[in-house]
Design a protein around this ligand. Structure first.
Ligand SMILES: CC(C)(COP(=O)(O)OP(=O)(O)OC[C@H]1O[C@@H](n2cnc3c(N)ncnc32)[C@H](O)[C@@H]1OP(=O)(O)O)[C@@H](O)C(=O)NCCC(=O)NCCS
Length: 182
């Protein structure tokens, strides 16, 4: 799946993305709201999983490239909510949207730009709803959710099963948006 926006190319992963994506996932500032940074091996496994999921489901988190320079800025995309996550979210949502950008690309509206294009794609294939979730304290990511028209749904607050109680990343929030043509 290749999607173009004003400033971005959203496209399948290529071998050349692995090193820059490993730098992004290895940056403690980028991973501040995750439990830990990823090693290059974990990034490779993550990309391999995305390629496999895209083959099975037709979509997954993909590479986001800046048109102007050809640089990889990170990942943006849709994914089937993993079973283990689905099991702890009250409404058991099916499809999520997500984003992780290298920090030199933050604050330029690039995540919302790519995410809006992925939402258009979701509606074009008839998905009824897309959700996004993150740690309650990740306000920057929640701002992206708000900017693309998603609404916070307190009924779907949940506790991350792999993060210990009392840890600042334990509490998670969920935002949702419905397909406007259904
Ligand atoms: C979250 C992320 C994708 C945002 O991407 P981006 O392209 O920089 O998004 P934007 O340019 O729209 O900027 C973020 C918005 O959050 C706002 N913001 C920044 N810091 C904030 C904070 N601490 N509290 C509230 N809002 C904040 C900005 O002002 C901006 O909103 P505005 O346009 O209304 O001013 C990027 O910061 C990132 O990759 N973070 C690390 C990975 C991550 O946490 N991913 C999400 C996991 S669910």
């Amino acid at each position: 799946m290749k999607i173009e926006t004003e400033r971005l190319i959203l496209r399948p992963w290529e071998h050349r993305d692995r090193a820059p994506m490993a730098r992004i996932h290895g940056d403690p500032d980028v991973r501040r709201f995750y439990y830990k940074v990823l090693t290059p091996e974990e990034t490779n496994a993550d990309i391999d999983l995305s390629i496999e999921r895209a083959r099975i489901n037709g979509f997954h988190f993909q590479a986001a490239e800046l048109k102007e320079t050809g640089e990889l800025i990170g990942l943006i995309g849709l994914g089937r909510v993993p079973d283990a996550t689905k099991a702890v979210i009250p409404s058991r949502p099916d499809v999520e949207i997500g984003w992780v950008l290298g920090k030199q690309f933050w604050g330029k509206g690039l995540a919302p730009e790519g995410a809006r294009a992925w939402l258009d794609y979701a509606w074009s294939i008839g998905l009824p709803e897309v959700v996004a979730f993150t740690a309650r304290i990740n306000l920057r990511s929640q701002r992206v959710m708000q900017k693309i028209g998603m609404r916070y749904d307190p009924a779907d607050d949940y506790m991350h099963p792999k993060i210990p109680e009392g840890h600042p990343l334990h509490a998670h929030v969920l935002y949702r948006i419905g397909n406007p043509s259904l």
